[in-house]
Write a protein that binds this ligand. Structure first.
Ligand code: PAF
Length: 281
């Protein structure tokens, strides 16, 4: 597995690959778990060369505490990437990606960034768009793979690629979960034992909401979720939104031929966890 810290050297290597070589790309912020590795394995199944990046992107963090405490496990990440079949890892510095201007570019995501994560994390998606666009410019992948845990991010990247006409196929990978249902996240290692024990309630509640959605009105499902989190005191519900899967706009009714999803964000102490589930009726 090749490791590059400089975009110039990475590009020089990628430019030497045969033209018919298909490049798959998995951008990450490190602290890798099985979910990330499944993205690499997925890329490996359809591409000749798999490139992963590890870069904790400062512009997408709205809380300094979250950025400062973002876990870093580089040595273990490199071992795991090699085992998963990754061919190339790009580990740039902040300077390499931003020079001396650590600011986001301005994007129009047709409103996809105005709800849920976008509404609660100021500037988050402009930061994601900025870094992903720069990484695409460097790696020039044929395919890029993102986890569906960050479903809104996946939609926003699809929108950016469409609007900027970037020639890359964006693929979404299903959410990877721990045995007790908690969605895998790099932030899970920061949970206290008590919060870790409480956290599976998030997915259990989403599963119940999925069942309720089949028979009950949107408002009733939302009230059920709100009430569930009120009845305990370790997890604090930030939002639960039943939204149209295409526009991500919240809905108050179910319309035929539309696809819906339930989106949730919860604070477990100082750790913010998100999850989502498909809803059909
Ligand atoms: O999902 C992530 O880990 C990050 O948002 C990404 C896509 C690597 C951009 O920094």
């Amino acid at each position: 597995m090749r490791i590059y810290r400089s975009k110039r050297f990475l590009q020089a290597y990628l430019q030497r690959l045969p033209l018919e070589n298909k490049v798959g790309f998995v951008p990450t912020m490190g602290a890798l778990h099985e979910g990330h590795l499944s993205l690499v394995k997925n890329a490996k199944n359809t591409c000749n060369t798999v490139v992963a990046s590890i870069f904790v992107n400062p512009t997408q963090f709205d809380r300094k505490e979250d950025l400062d405490q973002y876990p870093s496990t580089l040595e273990a990440d490199l071992k795991a990437l090699q085992k998963a079949g990754c061919d190339v890892v790009f580990i740039p510095t902040v300077k390499e990606m931003y020079q001396n201007q650590i600011v986001s570019e301005v994007f129009d995501f047709d409103g996809l960034d105005k709800v849920m994560e976008g509404a609660h994390r100021k500037g988050h998606f402009a930061g994601v768009g900025t870094i992903v666009k720069r990484l695409f410019d460097i790696v020039k992948p044929h395919v890029a793979i993102f986890g569906e845990k960050d479903f809104q991010q996946l939609k926003i990247i699809q929108k950016m690629v469409e609007k900027k006409q970037i020639p890359v196929k964006i693929v979404g990978n299903p959410i990877y979960r721990e045995a007790d249902g908690l969605a895998m996240s790099s932030r899970n290692v920061r949970l206290t034992p008590a919060h870790r024990k409480a956290a599976p309630l998030i997915y259990q509640t989403l599963q119940k909401a999925q069942k309720l959605f089949k028979l009950h009105a949107v408002k009733e499902v939302e009230n059920f979720v709100i009430q569930t989190f009120k009845e305990q005191n370790l997890l604090e519900l930030e939002y639960f939104s039943i939204a149209d899967e295409t526009t991500l706009l919240p809905t108050d009714k179910k319309e035929k031929h539309k696809k819906y999803r339930g989106f949730i964000a919860v604070f477990a102490g100082s750790v913010r966890l998100i999850d989502n589930i498909e809803l059909d009726y």
